[in-house]
Design a protein around this ligand. Structure first.
Ligand code: PLP
Length: 357
């Protein structure tokens, strides 16, 4: 949360102008600040990240083509819903066992003449192998849209992560590293996407005429104001998460049966999540049991991401792609509490419970 007085100052002009929504001055101010902070060529903002992803696929002309889209089953369900709700067919590519992102080596075998796009996920803020995936997309003439919901502020070789691929979706949901309460954005390169993205979130209105089956996914001025306030503190927030991250690493590394998240080369991280992979044999206890013991102490870890998307009731057996690694990881992974205000003492308490100290 930002400072209350800071937020009140930021929304005062909205009360004076009565310009509550429809891409007003506060929207534009946040948009420009984010283009700079995220280091991306262009940015369109939305009421949430999910609709942003749905609408960018439509803006690219993919909606209702029935084409196949290669994606990962190890993500939040929103990624795959965005594909299916566009009348497209997800094809599940397995993930790498070390950082849980889409395995670039397994993409080509899934490509058919129906494939139109690849939608990988920078899961937990760990970035995909953007060089290898970009090369596959280019070789086969496929659109490349990253779900960067977890990757706010992450850089690769000093470049904003949202500048890779054709487009990237960021989520500004309350639970993410940066929030506008609810909100999201598409970072993109191609100038020709700007107008369709703008129109599709506003009912397809094009001047007085309507040229597309748009929806309503506009970010309002009050949410944009929340973003302006939160952006002022983002560096401190990420640094504070980094402290908690380091403390977890200190306490949990070297414990037999626990695999911690790897810090990636050439990457400026955002410490969005702290996932721990639990090998039940070696650790002597399975993920669900650790989860339950934490819960009994009022510590709420999350089973992100379980079940894997292709094991959920509405996806099971529906779409192709064998993903045994994603299945194993999703059954054994636990993300521990992670937020800017998390103190080293609290991290110690959490670790003591996990380690039965
Ligand atoms: C949060 C999230 C979304 C959806 O974003 P919202 O802003 O909540 O709509 C999509 N994909 C992933 C991986 C997410 O974590």
């Amino acid at each position: 949360m930002p400072d209350y007085e800071d937020y009140i100052r930021e929304i005062k002009p909205i009360f004076e102008s009565h310009h509550l929504t429809n891409m007003g001055p506060v929207y534009k101010k946040l948009q420009h600040s984010l283009i700079e902070y995220l280091d991306v060529p262009q940015l369109a903002m939305f009421v949430n990240g999910h609709l942003a992803l749905e609408l960018v696929l439509q803006a690219m002309g993919l909606r209702d083509t029935g084409a196949e889209v290669i994606t990962t089953p190890f993500t939040f369900v929103s990624t795959v819903h965005a594909i299916v709700r566009n009348g497209l067919k997800p094809v599940f590519c397995d993930i790498k066992p070390d950082d849980y992102t889409m395995d670039p080596e397994k993409i080509e075998a899934l490509i058919t003449e129906k494939t139109a796009a690849i939608v990988p996920v920078h899961v937990y803020g760990s970035i995909c192998d953007v060089d290898a995936i970009g090369a596959v997309a280019q070789k086969h003439g496929l659109k490349l849209v990253y779900d960067a919901a977890h990757a706010f502020g992450v850089k690769y070789r000093g470049k904003g992560i949202g500048s890779f691929g054709d487009a990237s979706m960021f989520s500004f949901h309350a639970t993410k590293v940066f929030n506008t309460i609810e909100g999201g954005a598409i970072a993109f390169h191609d100038e020709s996407l700007r107008e369709p993205l703008h129109e599709l979130k506003n009912f397809g209105l094009h001047g007085e005429d309507v040229t597309a089956y748009g929806g309503n996914a506009k970010m309002d001025e009050f949410r944009a104001a929340m973003g302006i306030c939160n952006l002022r503190n983002i560096e401190q927030c990420i640094a504070a998460r980094g402290q908690a991250f380091a403390r977890y690493h200190e306490r949990l590394s070297g414990v037999p049966g626990l695999t911690l998240i790897k810090e990636q080369q050439d990457v400026t991280p955002n410490y969005a999540y702290y996932p721990v992979l639990i090998d039940p044999e070696t650790f002597g206890e399975d993920r669900d049991s650790v989860f339950d013991r934490l819960k009994a102490q009022d510590i709420y870890a999350r089973k992100y991401f379980y079940p894997a998307i292709n094991e959920m009731a509405c996806y099971q057996g529906q779409f192709r792609g064998e993903t045994p690694i994603a299945a194993r990881i999703s059954r054994n992974i636990l993300t521990l509490p992670m937020y800017a205000e998390l103190t080293p003492e609290t991290v110690d308490t959490i670790c003591d419970v996990i380690l039965r100290k």
